[in-house]
Design a binder for this molecule. Structure first.
Ligand SMILES: Cc1cc2nc3c(=O)[nH]c(=O)nc-3n(C[C@H](O)[C@H](O)[C@H](O)COP(=O)(O)OP(=O)(O)OC[C@H]3O[C@@H](n4cnc5c(N)ncnc54)[C@H](O)[C@@H]3O)c2cc1C
Length: 448
């Protein structure tokens, strides 16, 4: 049995940042990664566009991962176990769920209590036992706190209403990306892409660069789910046709894809049969959404958010089970890796503080918001007047011009004009907690 203060499951950008955060906060930290190397999905993203916010540079995915691997190597007390798949997680029985009379240090803006120990939770609160399958057999690790940083997996064909046959030539976009970028293989010559999220857009450009013809990208929604910069740089600059409000209805082909039928959709997103037409192609790429890899925590009975398909967290990135943290793409699908690193770093730091001195969980407050907003991360904050809190959220559709406001006690405590707010791009507001009274409500005023 191995023992650690903070166990991080997943060694992608979230897990790496979590390890650095936990180590800086003085915790003995262990990363467990199922792959043979660290870096997560970044290792197959050879295009640039990573790290613009954090490093002020346009790095490729592997370059961005390398920066974090160097930071991990330079940090103290981080153990790394690769080729190990975590398959089970249990909460250990609670020794003392509330800490009394142990002094703690104040750290940054984390809202660590110095005097009121009755609300400090952590230290002796049981911990977790994680089992991983590795080349050396089953490893068991006991941790005082866990950060879940497992990322997402792609939705397969079976998860959408796609009729017709299932011949060779149907790939998820991420799988095609790995085959081309990591294994140097060709996936097809004439390609149709279903879905216009960022992975689909990036793969459209990649396939053209590899000599394939991308016949078209078909998107069922009236707008693309991808970043504006990816629509310009990956689609428009390469003259790839993007068909909005249109979907692929069925696949044709026995051994290999011979083509697909496509049709525009009505306002209920149902295909208009009379307008269906055949598009010859030998490959269909699916970029139809990502599913957070949350299953490992299934037995903990955590509070769930059906909008993100993941768990809810508080401002420490802690789920409804104390000492169990969740960040990065497994928490909500992020468009920018910089945000993933921010979340991971904070989750790791908070997990370390939980394990060492406890976290202030007094005066828990649920963030509310108007109909323009789909969800917020975090869902809960602690109304202790200390430091700042960053709130990330997504809107339900595209708006040309808006004002984003945070209200508390009926008073505006923060506002920011936001032009071109799109459903695909994460928005955020950083708030001074000393201005929060007894509620926190986010509003979007639509100007255009
Ligand atoms: C095609 C594509 C293009 C992108 N382009 C950009 C871009 O241009 N700019 C940008 O900023 N962002 C981009 N992103 C987004 C960015 O890459 C992701 O937001 C980020 O990688 C998510 O990090 P993560 O650590 O949460 O998840 P991941 O990177 O998915 O890492 C999760 C890790 O957990 C491991 N794991 C999963 N399950 C287990 C288990 N049971 N046991 C042990 N380990 C496990 C996985 O092997 C993986 O290493 C892109 C993403 C994709 C897919």
């Amino acid at each position: 049995m191995k023992k650690t203060d903070v166990l991080i499951i997943g060694g992608g950008p979230c897990g790496l940042a979590a390890a650095v955060g936990a180590s800086k906060a003085g915790a003995k930290t262990t990363i467990v990664e199922r792959d043979e190397r660290l870096g997560g999905i970044l290792m197959q993203c050879i295009h640039n566009g990573f790290g613009l916010h954090l490093f002020n540079e346009e790095l490729t995915g592997p370059e961005y991962a390398e920066r974090w691997k160097e930071l991990v190597s330079a940090s103290k007390n981080i153990g790394i176990i690769t080729n190990a798949f975590c398959f089970n997680l249990e909460k250990l029985s609670t020794a003392h769920s509330t800490m009394h009379g142990i002094s703690s240090k104040k750290s940054g803006n984390l809202g660590i209590m110095q005097e009121n120990f009755d609300t400090m939770q952590g230290v002796n609160s049981g911990g977790y036992l994680v089992s991983a399958s590795s080349v050396e057999g089953i490893i068991e690790i006991e941790a005082k706190a866990v950060v879940m940083a497992l990322g997402c997996r792609e939705k397969p064909a079976g998860a959408i209403l796609l009729g017709g046959t299932r011949p060779a030539g149907i790939f998820s976009a991420g799988c095609a990306q790995k085959l081309i970028n990591v294994e140097g293989k060709k996936v097809g010559k004439r390609v149709v892409i279903l879905g216009s999220g960022d992975i689909g857009l990036i793969m459209a450009r990649r396939l053209v660069c590899e000599g394939a013809e991308v016949v078209g990208i078909y998107e069922i929604m009236a707008q693309s789910g991808g970043l504006a910069r990816n629509i310009t740089q990956c689609v428009q600059d390469f003259n790839i046709p993007l068909h909005l409000s249109t979907t692929v209805t069925r696949v044709v082909g026995e051994k290999r894809v011979e083509g697909v039928f496509v049709a525009p959709v009505n306002e209920k997103l149902q295909p208009i049969k009379e307008l269906e037409k055949f598009v010859p192609c030998d490959t269909l790429l699916l970029s139809v959404g990502l599913i957070p890899e949350i299953e490992i925590a299934g037995e903990l009975g955590l509070e769930f958010n059906p909008v993100t398909n993941s768990y809810t967290v508080d401002e420490y990135f802690q789920t409804s089970s104390t000492g169990f943290f969740c960040a990065g793409n497994v928490l909500h699908v992020n468009d920018l890796v910089d945000n993933v690193s921010f979340e991971g770093g904070r989750a790791g730091e908070c997990a370390a503080l939980f394990s060492k001195s406890g976290l202030d969980m007094s005066n828990k407050l649920e963030i509310t918001y108007d109909d323009h907003i789909k969800y917020t991360v975090p869902k809960y904050i602690y109304n202790n007047k200390k430091g700042e809190v960053k709130i990330s959220f997504r809107v339900n559709k595209n708006y040309k011009r808006t004002i984003i406001r945070a209200m508390s006690g009926g008073v505006e405590i923060s506002k920011r004009p936001a032009p071109a707010v799109t459903a695909g791009e994460m928005q955020s507001l950083t708030l001074d907690k000393s201005k929060i009274v007894n509620d926190l409500h986010l509003e979007i005023e639509v100007m255009e």
